[in-house]
Design a protein around this ligand. Sequence first.
Ligand code: ZN
Length: 300
Amino acid sequence: MLKEQEINLVSLVDRFHDEDACRKYMEELRWPDGAKCPRCGSDKLSRIKKRSQFDCDSCRYQFSVTAGTIFHDTHLPLWKWFLAVYLIVESKKGVSANQLKRTIGVSYKTAWYLSHRIRAALKEVDAQLLKGIVEVDETFVGGEVEGKGRGYKGNKTVVVGAMQRGGNICLQVVRGTDRETLHGFIRQNTAGDTEAIYTDEWPAYRGIADEDTKHEAVKHRDKEWSRGDVHTNSIENVWSLLKRSIVGSYHQVSAKHLDAYLDELEFRFNNRENPYMFRDALCKLLVANNLPYAKLIADS
Ligand SMILES: [Zn+2]
């Protein structure tokens, strides 16, 4: 494989300005040990140059590097996919479908569908459990209803989040802020021997401690924001990032699609120090399941 280089917008456009360059890169990512037939696994292949395809000498299957991937049959040039992936993973606050539409020159519908497919592919499937010191907090996302005041939560969606100090985050839409939901979220996403869970004083968090995990709460109501190293500032910074990206880039996010936006934010945040984020995102897209348009727009 080529020595990996860090990508910026200039080198991206320079390096992947045509289909052949994109295909060649995808071949390296998909088959680091050389191309194999997706049908029979044979590596005895002939290259059909002019159609950028392979012909399997064993089973005669003809395929290209996009066969069986979400890139196949999209009628969208690979370089536009590459650019969209880059813009989505490299912009701190994300990219709206409208912005994507203008930047890569596609219809709104194409941009919208494209960003959803990229987002779905970035979703972490077997995320590592958080450990050490973990901050947990919940927030409400959604517009205000006229005449109801800022405190009204009837049309808001609850998001709960956890962040390992100095490490990864995990965000999820949940049905409420009750004890069962919050405890369930914490148990599912943190290691059994997590050193400490830090939260605010919300009563539903009580009882989350056990013999090897302590629980400390700051009393926001009494204007206590930190007590020694006990605070929830890191996860609260994630909430402000989330809210800035919703206000700044997406304007409004339906409750239905909020989980997908959270996955995208999670990927970006958890790869914030990864210089090969673009490459790693492409690798995830290469193995992602397709997300049919009909499923995306279905009601539930
Ligand atoms: Zn074959």
